[in-house]
Design a protein around this ligand. Structure first.
Ligand code: DX5
Ligand code: ZN
Length: 218
């Protein structure tokens, strides 16, 4: 089953409690939380204190996407704040296996992300150790950017590799997902769709989620 993870980055930050409650009611499967440090990406978002503050207001699982340099220093804080899954970028990890093992040792799920220009070969050795691979379909840093279609063959290639290895790793895509692109990514093998502007950016969030589901179902 394909899961939809609306990205908090496109929510109204002045009313986060209501926003997360509304998105749960609207039928989201996960809440995607984009953490940006102004170094790895050219934008700053929020940290573990904000994640802790919204944790009591929803039972949605928290999908924390760390777009930060040296993520190791912050993993424990995000676990404590209520993350159910933490994804780190391969590009930021000097010892990727150590970082992934550390996340899983805290009793939560671990994911690895790569930017559009990073090759799958960079994460192939870690596939048996992760719960999820996040393929960026935009250059990370901002919501509302255009989908980079050249990532589509990479999704298909990853799907084949995961299936050939007999693994049950989720393929998450992030950036520019909306009606139209949702269908393409699911056809190529994605199982978890992040959507910021296409869900939180819309007035009727329930309809927005249904529109995305209808796009890949039809
Ligand atoms: C980009 C973030 C995304 C972003 C997606 O750096 O990782 O999660 O919020 O936003 P949309 O869906 O608007 O492209
Ligand atoms: Zn993200």
């Amino acid at each position: 089953m394909v899961k939809i993870a609306p990205s908090l980055l496109s929510a109204d930050f002045s009313r986060l409690k209501e926003e997360v409650q509304e998105i749960e009611q609207a039928g989201a499967d996960w809440l995607h939380i984009d953490v940006m440090d102004g170094h790895f990406v050219p934008n700053i978002s929020f940290g573990p204190l904000v994640v802790s503050a919204i944790r009591p207001h929803t039972s949605l699982p928290f999908d924390v996407h760390l777009m930060i340099k040296e993520p190791d220093a912050y993993i424990d804080a995000f676990v404590k704040s209520g993350a159910d899954l933490i994804t780190v970028h391969q590009e930021t990890c000097s010892h990727l296996h150590r970082t992934i093992t550390h996340i899983k040792d805290q009793g939560i799920k671990a994911g690895v992300a790569i930017n559009p220009a990073t090759s799958l070969s960079a994460i192939e050795p870690i596939l048996p150790d992760v719960d999820l691979v996040l393929l960026m379909t935009v250059n990370p840093g901002f919501g509302g950017q255009s989908f980079i279609a050249s990532v589509l063959p990479k999704i298909a290639e990853l799907r084949t590799k995961i299936d050939n290895l007999g693994l049950s790793v989720e393929i998450e895509v992030d950036g520019g997902i909306a009606t139209g692109t949702a269908k393409e990514v699911v056809e190529n093998g994605a199982t978890m769709l992040v959507a910021g502007s296409a869900v939180f950016g819309q007035k009727d969030r329930k309809k927005a989620i249904e529109d995305i589901r209808n796009d890949y179902r039809l």
